[in-house]
Ligand binder design. Structure first.
Ligand code: NAD
Length: 471
């Protein structure tokens, strides 16, 4: 079984201590991840600081070319990376799984390569000239979660280096291997020390958040951890982008054709088995079409194949880890105990031959606020379907949640849907779809879902400090 390395200053370094990374589909070991200590974190931060001057002084076009080269290298290595990702994360190769994630990663790299932040002239008259420059911050610490590990690492690393920063990335201990392989590939393109990788336990993330040699943290993960990152970062006054949890509401208006929207609703909620920050997590359906939407959604979901991700016929995999499996199954049990009506799923059914953390697609009708499955983020394959009859009241209920990542409105009347969209308290609202992010549209949460945005020019700006020059 392969031992994976840390990557510091361009070198792949094996550690004396390792930890097992297991396939959530089978429980088998996929590989041994390196377990870095705090001294190795210091080396990585030093390497990134040492590389900063050379990298930030380079012509902008060189950094753009390097980001394009990384995009191309991801395409060349896509199948190998996708297979490793499937084995450690559980998501299937097919459908919106590992190949889709690799495709997204290279698309984001190419798109971000093309972005520019030119000097803005704010004033140029008899009284003087005022220029606004965007300068890189220094070393960026990237902390990633286990649900979309490759794509999220790219969302962090590429804009950071595009803007002239250097990086220390720490993947989730559940899914570090594909990120390690990807950073090895990046290091064949980039100068030594521009992108470094450490892996190990959660304590490394905490140490990064308070590290004096790191100027910014880009963190994607849970709300609870995001708050700790913010507290730990306060002493050194780090720049922060926090992409945290969501509990996205979808509101279905009575004018839709239930059969037509069933596929969009399904994938909005169950992309990556629901283990997606901006998945549809609470579905509000108008009383007039409630039963029909439940029926069509159940019919569509019944045709989706779940099983080992390496098997080409599957489009859904297991839950990634035991902690999340227990959380989802506890929330479903609680919803059923509190009157929820099971349309499908609801208890483990031995899919995947009873091995692995398989939980079936679960649809629970006739639930409302006050049960955990509605009030909290489930982050798994279980969707509560809530009945409503008054549109103003449903918007209030959708907003009655500490999170505010995404939301959606489903209607044939796009203008009416947009009016409702603007009343929703979240960073993105989709009309007749859910969770479809794209590299040119800023993405981020309001309220408890985070601070700042990623993607596009607005996202790139978050990797810079403003400097004003007045002459
Ligand atoms: P998590 O918060 O448990 O872990 C995320 C990362 O933080 C891991 O690398 C972990 O090792 C590290 N970490 C743990 N403790 C830390 C600490 N004290 N200080 C610094 N780092 C620490 O999250 P997860 O379970 O891996 O991911 C699931 C969550 O992430 C969900 O809530 C999901 O909604 C959210 N998420 C959000 C987005 C977004 O863009 N908004 C995207 C993906 C996932």
């Amino acid at each position: 079984m392969e031992k994976f390395p840390l990557i510091i200053n361009g070198f792949s370094t094996k550690t004396s201590e390792t930890f097992d990374v297991k396939n959530p589909s089978t429980g088998e070991i996929v590989g041994y991840a390196p377990k870095a200590n705090l001294e190795q974190l210091d080396y990585a931060v030093k390497a990134a600081n040492d590389a900063f001057k050379g990298w930030s002084d380079k012509p902008d076009a060189d950094r753009a070319a390097a980001c394009h080269a990384i995009g191309a290298a991801l395409e060349e290595n896509a199948e190998d990376l996708a297979r490793l990702l499937t084995q450690e994360q559980g998501k299937p190769l097919n459908g919106m799984g590992s190949r889709f994630e690799l495709g997204g990663a290279s698309a984001w790299a190419h798109f971000t390569a093309e972005l520019e932040l030119p000097v803005e002239v704010l004033q140029d008259n008899n009284e003087g000239k005022v220029e606004m420059h965007r300068k890189p911050i220094g070393v960026v610490g990237s902390i990633t979660p286990w649900n979309w590990p490759v794509m999220i690492a790219i969302w962090h690393i590429i804009p950071a280096i595009r803007a002239g920063n250097t990086v220390v990335v720490k993947p989730s201990p559940y899914t570090p291997l594909s990120t390690i392989r990807m950073v090895e590939i990046m290091n064949q393109i980039l100068p030594a020390g521009v992108v470094n990788l450490i892996a190990g336990g959660d304590e490394l993330g905490a140490a990064m958040s308070s590290h004096e040699g790191i100027g910014k943290i880009i963190f994607t993960g849970s709300c609870a951890t995001g708050k700790k990152v913010m507290a730990d970062a306060s002493e050194t006054l780090k720049r922060l982008t926090l992409e945290l949890g969501g509990n996205d509401a979808g509101i279905v208006l009575p004018d839709v054709d239930p059969k037509q929207i069933a596929e969009g609703l399904f994938w909005g909620a169950f992309i990556n088995g629901g283990q997606t920050c901006a998945a549809l997590k609470r579905l509000y359906v108008h009383d007039d079409i409630y039963d029909e939407v439940c029926k069509e959604l159940t019919a569509f979901a019944g045709n989706m194949k779940m099983g080992d991700g390496l098997d080409e016929e599957n489009v859904l995999g297991p839950i990634q880890n035991k902690m999340q499996y227990d959380k989802v199954s506890g929330m479903v049990d609680d919803a059923i105990e509190n009157g929820g009506r099971v349309l499908m799923g609801g208890k483990p059914n031995g899919v995947g031959n009873g091995k692995g953390y398989y939980y079936p697609i679960t649809l629970i009708a006739d639930v409302d606020h006050g049960v955990k499955l509605v009030d909290e983020e489930q982050f798994g394959p279980a969707l509560p379907i809530i009945r409503y009859s008054d549109i103003d009241e449903v918007v209030e209920r959708a907003n009655d949640n500490p999170n505010g990542l995404g939301g959606s409105v489903w209607s044939n009347d796009i203008e009416a849907a947009k009016k409702i969209a603007l009343k929703m308290e979240c960073g993105t609202v989709w009309i007749n779809k859910h969770g479809m992010i794209q590299p040119n549209a800023p993405f981020g949460g309001v309220k408890g879902s985070g601070i700042g945005v990623e993607f596009g020019e607005e996202g790139l700006k978050e990797y810079t400090n403003i400097q004003v020059v007045m002459s």
